[in-house]
Design a protein around this ligand. Sequence first.
Ligand code: HAM
Length: 426
Amino acid sequence: MEFTTIRGFRDILPEETPLWQKVEQKAKDVFRTFGFKEIRTPILEYTELFARSIGTDTDIVSKEMYTLFDSKGRGLTLRPEATASVARALVQNRLYQQGAVQKLFCIGPMFRHERPQKGRFRQFHQINAELFGDEGPKSDAEIIYLAVSLLETFELNNLTLHLNSIGCATCRPKFREDLKSYLLDKSQHLCPDCRRRSETNPLRVFDCKVEACRTIVREAPVITEYLCEDCRDHFFRVQEYVQELSMETTLDPRLVRGLDYYTRTTFEIQTQQLGAQNAVLGGGRYDGLVEQLGGPNIPGIGFAIGMERVMALLMEEQKQQPARPDLFVAALGKQAEMTSFRWIQDLRKRGFWVEQEYGAKSLKAQMKKADRLGCKRVLILGERELETGKTIIRDMETKEQSELAVDNVVETLTSILGGENTAHGK
Ligand code: HAM
């Protein structure tokens, strides 16, 4: 019997991993310049953590969580997102006592039982950033700028930044009430889920993908018209900072995002290139979350990038050059094999990617293998070279060959190979 991955789960194959590593490394470099430190939280958490943070009426909690039960009957859930876990870790480890502002990032897999389609998986990966301890608006703009900078560093183009404010506990109730009565009026045209949502959590109707509900939502009241003075001022100042950094934005009063913890600023970066799954990144402010999880009243803002969507765009935009070994060592005869075996390991210690043949093969077969692997150079060592004390190095692109003294050959190769971008070192 042949096993396959679970539907919506996928292997990231060796030909893809260099691009994943490159994106992760670039992200870490950018995070460092913004003063973000890495946190790694467990993949499995108590179900209540997500129910309480994301909200029981959201699609994520009501339909999409992978939940199991431990021997005591407690619900455990594979994390569908990272913000709740990072906020939990902040509270549990009292990280907020170490300084006024905490800036944390994490990278890793998330799990949502959604219907798989282009750009949508059941196991997917996020690059997640969270800033705790500042109410903004400068930190809002900086977080948005960090998000934009990351995508720019990945060399992604043709993206649009959508921005909104969804108010606070002061102004949202009135909006909620008006939205509710608007939706109840149209109730017979809503899908059964939205009929229920319009009673329990009307904002969630904005997330519905059913066409009839989307049409109704297009005419619905918008939150920006209900913002209290503080929220209006906050949103205005966020935009001022955003403009100062020359970020182009589209104001989108219907951008409420599918998680209940958001307050005030919400944003998404979207692409036209991935069909229905157009959000490459989403985020927002969540000023009540830490307190809701038993911590002090600490505001927060953050975002998460969908890595599969970044990869899909990068694959589409540019054909990636596969990494190539720096050197292939072709050895002929027992003595040459033993001698070069040592050299190969010494060169690897110096950071070079070196390949060889494991079995006894002809020179022709070894050259063929070097060519197939895309090696830049081949070092040839046989009994004759050992006798004369001179090995041969061949440039696989120019086909030029020259002799190298066997004595100190590792040193000599280090300076020849080190003069260029090594596959291993860079
Ligand atoms: P989210 O909008 O649910 O927000 O997810 C963020 C990003 O993850 C999406 O924009 C998308 O690129 C990617 N994503 C989500 N679901 C899938 C999926 N099934 N397959 C592939 N990619 C997916 C959050 O998760 C919030 N925790 C973001 C946040 C952090 N807000 C504040 N801090």
